[in-house]
Write a protein that binds this ligand. Structure first.
Ligand SMILES: Cc1cc2nc3c(=O)[nH]c(=O)nc-3n(C[C@H](O)[C@H](O)[C@H](O)COP(=O)(O)OP(=O)(O)OC[C@H]3O[C@@H](n4cnc5c(N)ncnc54)[C@H](O)[C@@H]3O)c2cc1C
Length: 382
């Protein structure tokens, strides 16, 4: 094959964004996905302003906006005291054409990305990558359906990445002490908790929580001890939700799941002709909604740098882009999401001072702008 050929492993939001970025530059792409179809599970639901800009540049931003909810504000609340501060993303008007977050399930973005890929893109479902071998200028991708040959490989195959394991790359970091329980509920929470924003981080030393509006449901995220049987925790959920707001009847729970949360990163994102991106390269806790967003930023920036190399540009720019994305994962994404976790669960004395700081922040547009530029990952791209 004379045309450079890139294989992308994983049809999640990151793999499909990388594939679309390459395809828009005329690169021949094959996407392999182990699942029979795109994943439908409930995961990321927040899109930050720079991600919206990138998706618009790829021509898929309007389709996402049509399916999502525009959230111009988010709120910090105290479980007992109510609203602490509401931050208004309008202060970012000079920084972005999209001074808001969009609430939409990631499972609604992936079909949009898939549809946007040119018809000649080779997309293979039910193909599981088992091993990857670099052989000179070629990458051999061993799958359960045979071997694929590529000039370059992108591993966007999620937190348990087979590509990362085949490279022998470590995934160093820690696991959080508690599990996270996420429940989608069919309730109008703004009626039960007047004044809440579409996104709410509710501080409490004993039982903090997050309330997120999605187009179909409200989503409630609760910390849950490690080690107890899942069924016991799911059985306890109605009582815990009743403690969030007493509706005078049981909450209508549509779906609930428990998961462990890790903060991990690989030592490098480029291994010669193999690039790792998204959850395959770094994972963090979901507080602040940074995982998928930063993964999409990896995809757009690293795939663009790869397209430049394939067009004859200097190779070291790709190395530098991959290095920069690892720095962003550690210094922006992991640090910010970990700070969010520490703050939301801090004891009351520590949080009293934090409440004052957040109120002052919300009242000062320049300070709020600086804070939001970091929280929304704008600074991570400059
Ligand atoms: C409950 C929850 C809530 C979250 N909330 C947010 C949020 O609000 N905001 C945010 O930014 N992030 C959030 N995240 C994180 C976000 O979901 C991930 O960061 C995002 O899905 C990463 O995308 P990805 O494409 O890298 O990986 P994935 O979405 O995991 O996609 C990887 C794909 O690779 C496929 N695959 C895996 N192994 C193989 C193989 N060997 N061969 C072929 N295919 C393979 C998988 O089937 C999958 O389709 C949340 C995560 C969870 C679990």
């Amino acid at each position: 094959m004379n045309e450079p050929h890139v294989v992308v492993v994983g049809a999640g939001p990151v793999g499909l964004t990388a594939a679309l970025t390459l395809a828009r530059r005329g690169v021949t792409v094959t996407v392999v996905e182990q699942g029979p179809d795109l994943a439908a599970e409930s995961r990321a639901s927040t899109f930050h302003p720079p991600t919206l800009e990138m998706l618009h540049s790829l021509g898929v931003g309007d389709a996402l906006l049509e399916r999502g909810i525009v959230a111009p504000t988010f709120q910090y609340r105290d479980r007992r005291g109510g609203e602490i501060a509401t931050l208004d993303l309008a202060v970012l008007a000079e920084d972005t054409a999209f001074p808001y977050r969009v609430q939409c399930e990631q499972s609604r973005l992936t079909p949009i990305l898939l549809d946007a890929l040119p018809s000649e893109t080779d997309i293979r479902f039910r193909v599981r990558v088992r091993d990857v071998v670099q052989d000179g200028d070629e990458v051999l991708v061993r799958t359960d359906q045979g071997v694929l040959r590529a000039d370059w490989l992108i591993g966007a195959d999620g937190a348990h990445s087979a590509v990362r394991k085949a490279l022998g790359a470590e995934f160093a970091g820690t696991t959080y002490p508690e599990r996270f329980l996420v429940a989608s509920v069919d309730e109008e929470l703004d009626a039960a908790l007047p004044g809440i924003a579409p996104i709410n981080y509710v501080f409490d030393p004993d039982e903090w929580l997050v309330l997120l509006r999605t187009p179909q449901h409200w989503r409630v995220l609760l910390p849950t001890p490690a080690g107890t049987p899942d069924d016991d925790e799911i059985a306890r959920l109605p009582e815990r939700l009743n403690g969030v707001a007493d509706l005078g009847r049981p909450w209508q729970i549509v779906h609930a799941s428990l998961y462990r949360v890790h903060q991990r990163v690989t030592g490098q994102f480029r291994f010669d002709r193999v690039l790792l991106m998204g959850d395959a390269a770094h994972v963090n806790n979901p507080l602040g909604g940074l995982g998928m967003n930063s993964g999409i930023h990896d995809a757009v920036t690293m795939a663009a740098a790869l397209a430049d190399v394939l067009a004859g540009g200097p190779d070291d720019v790709l190395t530098e882009t991959a290095r920069r994305r690892r720095t962003v994962a550690v210094e922006h994404v992991q640090r910010t999401s970990h700070d969010n976790w520490s703050r939301i669960r801090a004891d009351r004395a520590d949080n009293a001072a934090e409440h004052e700081r957040l109120r002052a922040l919300a009242a000062d547009p320049e300070a709020a702008r600086a804070y939001l530029r970091r929280a929304c990952l704008i600074d991570s791209l400059s």
